[in-house]
Design a protein around this ligand. Structure first.
Ligand code: ATP
Ligand code: MG
Length: 556
């Protein structure tokens, strides 16, 4: 599936088109993606990235990457780095438009002074509890703080003391003076600055006060000349504050905030706080665990950037919250991988079959296509020998009537090879099947059915026991066993983790064409699914494959 076949249109692009038609913003379209560097990016962020960077691409502009680093407590350089590499991997580029909200701290401080001077902001020395109590509720109007009517001079003096570190954390805050009775709680004199005596990953200990998101965001957008500031629906009620800040400061440009519905996926948690909890409690193997909905997890699992972009385009952009099925994402992954991945045979749960009428020590090369729909990719050589492995699941001692794979006295076709007939089942002391004895029919090579013989319906994959490469295979499944892992408030969401979400098979056997596979190479293991060589552990001759997705939607 190529990107060009998807016609992207949505209500945000319609707004942009109308703006362009009337010559708004001097015909410019500038978007931004503003992550907070307090975790790795997830598939929800991917939707926002595809939207913002996609608009920039289609309107011949550049999307800014701006780190919203106003909360030094939760932020980390590791996150700053991972966010950049994830966006690049998704196929987007911010050129030289990389910014940090912390770069604007001086400007934001000066704007705050301006607000104080125009009587639109004041320092409140009430405690956080008092501020909360006086805020009222949706049905009760707020009550003014005694500090509300302090003089401009006093506010300037107190704010300077906040800045210079004279006050302890929590001693006071800077608030906007808007309307304590507003029906919109965000306008009841929201906090603009608070004291935080912590080191910032970029500004060090220069600042003892840090601006709040709702104040920082409109001003950062304005400073960068953003035209359309796209955010998720929770910010709809914050828009009046976004506009208030810019209107009161009479800024030269006034970006338009537009909200859209965030992506929610079933069987998934998306909040960074919850994802961090999974990482910190070692319930997954790091942020890039292939079961995580993070971009780095999906990458390690084998998802392609194209599949994620196709998915984002397909789910669209609306104003209505909904839950998208994880199957929709998996479908996009399957569809893209089917087009691009070479095929290989790998047996992950081996059962030995000895083909008794095949000469000992002999071998022959059978031919298989690299990709069934792409003859130009050529053929692969698959060695056939007297002893082979088949999948344990492909043999049944007492099969039901419509079973087409191998069973005692039954026949099956070996893919690209011969029809074999099973005539003996060997078991160990526990009664478990450990080996099969079979014969092959020479006339059936490469899919042929000799005249007068019945066509064999079942085809199974196999690998030679002597000419193969050993590998480890990790079968990944959904991390949660219920569609909404957060729904049941009586239990911790981690109790909903699917215990079978990772099954490691240490001794799998692959056809020799996989010998020199490099990290992140993708394959379709015939009949099993799509797999990707692990980005980290597949090295130094160790083959490790992650199951990206099964061939069909098998989730029950
Ligand atoms: P989370 O709630 O997962 O912690 P966040 O919104 O706090 O996410 P930010 O780093 O602030 O994370 O997000 C950066 C951008 O990504 C924001 O513009 C935000 O609206 C957008 N975004 C975050 N989650 C989603 C989502 N699920 N769907 C679409 N966009 C999202
Ligand atoms: Mg946020």
């Amino acid at each position: 599936m190529s990107e060009k076949t998807i016609e992207v249109s949505n209500f945000i692009r319609n707004i942009i088109d109308s703006d362009l038609k009337v010559g708004k913003n001097n015909g410019k379209v500038v978007t931004r993606f503003p992550p907070e560097p307090n975790g790795y990016l997830h598939i929800g962020h991917a939707k926002s990235i595809c939207l913002n960077f996609g608009i920039a691409r289609d309107y011949k502009s550049i999307c800014h990457l701006r780190f919203d680093d106003t909360n030094p407590l939760a932020e980390d350089v590791e996150y700053v780095d991972s966010i950049q590499s994830d966006i690049q991997w998704l196929g987007f580029d911010w050129a030289d438009k990389l910014f940090f909200a912390s770069d604007y701290f001086d400007k934001l401080y000066n704007f705050a002074i301006q607000l104080i001077k125009s009587g639109k902001a004041y320092v409140d020395e009430s405690s956080i509890d008092e501020i909360r109590q006086r805020r009222g509720s949706l049905s009760v109007p707020g009550v003014s703080s005694p500090s509300r009517d302090n003089s401009i001079e006093k506010n300037l003096e107190l704010f300077e003391k906040m800045r210079s570190g004279e006050f302890a954390e929590g001693h006071c805050v800077l608030r906007a003076k808007i309307d304590m009775a507003s029906s919109n709680m965000n306008l009841r004199d929201p906090i603009l600055y608070r004291i935080r005596k912590v080191v910032h990953h970029r500004t060090g200990n220069k600042w003892q006060i840090y601006p709040m998101y709702d104040y920082t965001h409109p001003l950062s957008d304005m400073i960068e000349g953003i035209t359309h500031s796209i955010c998720t629906l929770e910010f709809e009620d914050h828009r009046p504050l976004y506009d208030w800040v810019l209107d009161e400061l009479k800024t030269p440009c006034h970006p338009q905030q537009i909200e859209f519905a965030r992506l929610n996926l079933d069987y998934t948690v998306m909040s960074k706080r919850k994802l961090l909890e999974l990482v910190e409690k070692n319930l997954v193997n790091g942020w890039d665990d292939p079961r995580m909905p993070t971009i780095s997890g999906m990458r390690r699992r084998g998802y392609t950037p194209q599949a994620i972009r196709n998915f984002s385009d397909r789910i669209g952009v609306t104003k209505k919250n909904s839950i998208i099925s994880l199957s929709t994402l998996e479908h996009a992954v399957r569809e893209d991988l089917d087009e691009v991945t070479p095929r290989a045979m790998v047996v992950i749960q081996p059962l030995k079959v000895v083909i008794e009428n095949y000469p000992v020590g002999e071998a022959e090369e059978l031919q298989g296509s690299v990709h069934p729909k792409k003859p130009e990719l050529g053929q692969r050589q698959i060695p056939f020998t007297r002893e082979i492995y088949i999948e344990r699941d492909d043999f049944m001692e007492n099969p039901p009537k419509d079973y087409f794979r191998l069973s005692p006295n039954g026949e099956v076709r070996l893919r690209y090879g011969y029809v074999i007939h099973c005539h003996e089942v060997i078991k160990n002391n526990h009664g478990e099947v450990v080996e099969l004895r079979a014969t092959y029919d020479k006339e059936t090579k490469g899919g042929k059915t000799p005249e007068g013989k019945k066509k064999v319906k079942g085809i199974i994959h196999w690998v030679s026991t002597t000419k193969n490469v050993e590998c480890e295979v990790r079968l990944y499944d959904r991390l949660f066993k219920v569609p909404d892992p957060l729904a049941d408030k009586t239990i911790d969401f981690t109790e909903n983790i699917n215990a079978d979400s990772l099954v490691v098979l240490k001794k799998a056997y692959a056809e020799p064409s996989l010998k020199n596979v490099k990290a992140e190479e993708r394959f379709q293991f015939e009949r099993l699914g799509f797999f990707c060589a692990d980005k980290i552990d597949c090295k130094d001759g160790n083959l490790v494959f992650n199951r990206t997705v099964t061939l069909r939607d098998t989730w029950k």
